[in-house]
Design a protein around this ligand. Sequence first.
Ligand code: ADP
Ligand SMILES: Nc1ccn([C@@H]2O[C@H](COP(=O)(O)O)[C@@H](O)[C@H]2O)c(=O)n1
Length: 230
Amino acid sequence: MTIPSFVIGIAGGTGAGKTTVARLIAEGVGDSVTRIPLDNYYEDLSHLEFEEREQVNYDHPSAFEWELLREQVSTLLEGQPIEMPVYDFERHNRTDEPERVEPTDVIVLEGIFALYDEDLNDMLDLRLYVDTDADVRILRRIKRDVIERGRDLEGVIEQYLATVKPMHEQFVEPTKKHADLIIPEGANSVAVSLLEEKIRAEIDGDARRDWEREPLESPLVEELAADPDE
Ligand SMILES: Nc1ncnc2c1ncn2[C@@H]1O[C@H](COP(=O)(O)OP(=O)(O)O)[C@@H](O)[C@H]1O
Ligand SMILES: Nc1ccn([C@@H]2O[C@H](COP(=O)(O)O)[C@@H](O)[C@H]2O)c(=O)n1
């Protein structure tokens, strides 16, 4: 059983490069890193028709199932596996098949609202905000949504102006104040390699701390542990 020792949150606007940063870190560090995309925790909308699901405001905090996310992150932190929902952007809904996720040393929670919820913020050891200009983000998003998420140009622009931009300004951008570090433009190689270094140090440090926790038997330790008044 692995009890995660380091939990990172990566927030930022749509198209900022959060997923790319998280993916690069996971690839660089290896199997010790588990990625939890917040998108997987969009509410289950199976009760709605496709046309109704298309109209939902996916950039408001209420679009997410926070209770399930909190519960599953806590479960991982206790060293237990979870059945993580998997999101399908083309259907605007979860798939029928959740994915089993085993806890690892490092958990990376990534999404527009990764720094939004107070309880989750308390569970994070390192809070990152990827800060990329809005024009760059929308250009990246158009390309990605058309190629990977089954959208057309008109739809992406309409959604951006109606909900994505105003919700970003109202709810996402203000979470920057919770960040420990701000990463400009996303996947810049200096930031990614510094993060990899930090994560490796945390993993190694934890291994060392485990070793150091072994009971030490020396007169000095016993002396230090003794009640000073005795
Ligand atoms: N530093 C970068 N330079 C150029 N393109 C990038 C960069 N980071 C991400 N992208 C591209 O922009 C799109 C959005 O990036 P992604 O990581 O999915 O952003 P987010 O998760 O913040 O929405 C993707 O197609 C990705 O390949
Ligand atoms: N059915 C959905 C659900 C979400 N979105 C958009 O995804 C964005 C968040 O994901 P990023 O990878 O871009 O951070 C968010 O801005 C939603 O508008 C969607 O288009 N359709």
